[in-house]
Design a binder for this molecule. Structure first.
Ligand code: FES
Length: 282
């Protein structure tokens, strides 16, 4: 069990990725925010922090952000600007600004040595796999399929490509997104046949498809459901996920749990996304 700590940190950099977007008032869509390294003893890729600018102005609440990577000097967070989630204010942070960080929080991804490991990432879901590749004892076992809407320059993909095998599928024309889902399913089949595991992060529609396929194949698969989180601390009640009959605590099987306090990483077989996303189960 990793004990989270609350700490004040200094922003060392905040780098926009891609191009400014008129629809965002001329700001960028994606940022890599670098903070000085917190005094954590340990952390796990897939975990998150709660972040709040110290001089928050009218901002009262911290927001959860998935950890991208932790180096000897830095904590790096890669995020997508979305005003409805309050991350637009993080885009305005500059070097020297102070922030309040609470973490590391939540469950992390499984790391298995000598095991073929398929990483499925879509859009900003690539973020936790940077740290995952850093920490894995056998990076040669890792292979990533990365589906994205924008050019790869919008994501930290180039820096990761030197550390793991990576295949890109970009949405260019209608139907490309579905092709990404098809290729993901085909690769999951291959990893099942080779005794591998699968880890996935991205928007919920994508994760729902991965969840379905994982159950069909009985491929050990973990899903990072950060897309369901808002407050990050069990207060908004908006992130509930229904457990399946395989949930480790039988008394809680079939009942709701908070993604933020029981996850955000779950084994696919432990949860029931049909109960969470009934509109997809038609
Ligand atoms: S994110 Fe608000 S209760 Fe979990």
């Amino acid at each position: 069990m990793i004990s989270p700590i609350r700490t004040e940190l200094t922003v060392t950099d905040n780098v926009p990725f891609g191009q400014p977007e008129p629809g965002l008032g001329g700001t960028h869509r994606y940022y890599a925010l670098t903070l000085e390294r917190p005094a954590w003893k340990n952390w796990e890729p897939g975990q998150f922090i709660m972040l709040r600018p110290k001089d928050g102005g009218t901002v009262e609440w911290a927001r959860p952000l998935t950890i991208c990577r932790v180096t000897s000097q830095s904590l790096v967070l890669f995020f997508r600007v979305a005003s409805e989630y309050g991350t637009d204010r993080f885009a305005r942070l500059r070097g020297g600004d102070k922030v309040i960080v609470w973490g590391p929080l939540g469950t992390g991804f499984e790391i298995r040595s000598n095991t073929p490991t398929l990483l499925l990432a879509r859009d900003a879901g690539i973020a936790p796999f940077a740290g995952y590749a850093d920490m894995h004892p056998d990076p040669a076992c890792l292979s990533m399929l990365f589906g994205h809407q924008h050019p790869s320059s919008h994501y930290p993909a180039d820096a990761m490509a030197s550390r793991l095998d990576m295949e890109h599928l970009r949405d260019r024309v209608p139907g490309d997104c579905e092709e990404f889902y098809r290729v993901s399913a085909r690769k999951m089949q291959e990893y099942k046949e080779n005794g591998g595991i699968c880890l996935a992060c991205g928007p919920m529609d994508f994760l729902y498809g991965v969840w379905k396929k994982a159950l069909e194949l009985e491929l050990p698969t973990q899903l990072l459901l950060s897309a369901r989180m808002n407050c990050g601390v069990g207060a908004c009640l908006g992130c509930s996920t229904i457990t399946s009959k395989h949930w480790p605590d039988p008394i809680r099987a079939g009942l709701p749990v908070h993604t933020c306090t029981s996850g955000p990483v779950f084994w696919a077989r432990d949860i029931d996304l049909d109960a969470v996303m009934p509109e997809r189960n038609m």
